[in-house]
Ligand binder design. Structure first.
Ligand code: IDP
Ligand code: MG
Length: 155
């Protein structure tokens, strides 16, 4: 399916790591049929956090957001597949877990806007996915391969 494979950046935030939700979140993305291209556990430093959330620099919650996202280890990942960015966003649910639909990751595992367990690239911001991948990964940290079930996931 490589022709329309899209890559997207996904991160289990420090609250998700501390709450033991890594396996659950990875499992959902994997079971959907998306392909894991790369992953690393890291504690984000202030410079990387400010770059990653640059679009929010003028928002009142920016300081809290940066201090939260740098507060402990996070699992940064690249996932790929057809329409991956939008599909991951749908699986994540609304930014505010209080209104995120049940069945979504935020709707099932979070309650508070400032502790919403997962990040995914914005599908309404073209290029955000590749920009975020470049921010967190060197090209040689990502792997291109065929998942054996792809003929059963894609027509
Ligand atoms: P997203 O994570 O769904 O893409 P964004 O609007 O890009 O949502 O915001 C980035 C992150 O900033 C959110 O996931 C959330 O953790 C935090 N955030 C967004 N809006 C607020 C707010 O109004 N108060 C506190 N934190 C917020
Ligand atoms: Mg966003």
């Amino acid at each position: 399916m490589s022709a329309d494979r899209e890559r997207t950046f996904v991160m289990v935030k420090p609250d998700g790591v501390q709450r033991g939700l890594v396996g659950e979140i990875v499992g959902r993305l994997e079971a959907r049929g998306l392909r894991l291209d790369g992953a690393k556990l890291l504690t984000i430093d202030r410079d990387l956090a400010e770059d990653h959330y640059a679009e929010h620099v003028d928002k009142p919650f920016f300081e809290d957001l940066v201090s939260f996202i740098t507060s402990g280890p996070a699992l940064a990942m690249v996932w790929s597949g057809q329409d991956a960015t939008r599909q991951v966003r749908q699986m994540m649910g609304d930014t505010d877990p209080a209104v995120a639909a049940p069945g979504t990751i935020r709707g099932d595992f979070a309650l508070d806007l400032g502790r919403n367990v997962i990040h995914g690239s914005d599908h309404e911001d073209p290029g955000a996915n590749e920009r975020e991948i470049d921010l967190f990964f060197d090209p040689d940290e990502l792997v291109d391969y065929d998942r054996i079930d792809e003929p059963w996931v894609y027509e």
